[in-house]
Design a binder for this molecule. Structure first.
Ligand code: 5GP
Ligand code: ZN
Length: 114
C-alpha cells in the first residue's frame, strides 16, 4: 500500500482537528471545507473505497453511521439537517483512497447537486 494520508492521521503521524474518536472510527475537520461544518469520518481499518466493501468488512458502515447523530448534535447541525457524501473512484471524485464519508452541515444544499 502507498502511504495513506488518512492512515497517517489515525496513527497521529499527521495532525488533524479531531472531532470524535472511538476504537473503530475517527472523525476530523476537512482541511478544505465546503460548508461551515465539514467533517470527514473514516474507519480505522484501511479500506480503499466503497468498491472494496464486502460481507467481512461492512460492519464499518454501521460503525460510522452509528456516530453521525452524536457528531451532528455536538456540532450544532442535528436539527437543521446535513448531507452525507461518499465519493468512489475517479468519476465519483475520490481523491483520498481510504474509505470516508463527508458530513456536511451549517448551510443548505441543493438537490440534485448539479
Ligand atoms: P474525496 O475527494 O476523496 O472524497 O475527499 C477527500 C477529502 O479529504 C477532501 O475534502 C480533502 O480536503 C480532505 N483532505 C485531504 N487531505 C487532508 C488532510 O491531510 N487533512 C484533512 N483534515 N483533510 C484532508
Ligand atoms: Zn488508509
Amino acid at each position: 500500500m502507498n502511504k495513506c494520508i488518512f492512515c497517517s492521521i489515525i496513527k497521529k503521524e499527521i495532525n488533524a482537528s479531531i472531532v470524535y474518536e472511538n476504537s473503530k472510527v475517527l472523525a476530523f475537520n476537512d482541511i478544505s471545507p465546503i460548508s461551515p461544518k465539514h467533517i470527514i469520518i473514516i474507519p480505522k481499518i484501511h479500506i480503499k473505497s466503497t468498491n472494496e466493501i464486502d460481507q467481512e468488512n461492512c460492519h464499518v458502515i454501521s460503525e460510522i453511521f452509528e456516530i453521525i447523530p452524536t457528531i451532528a448534535k455536538k456540532n450544532g447541525f442535528y436539527n437543521n439537517g446535513y448531507r452525507i457524501v461518499n465519493n468512489c473512484g475517479n468519476d465519483g471524485g475520490q481523491t483520498v483512497e481510504h474509505l470516508h464519508f463527508h458530513l456536511l452541515g451549517g448551510r443548505s444544499f441543493k438537490w440534485p447537486p448539479g
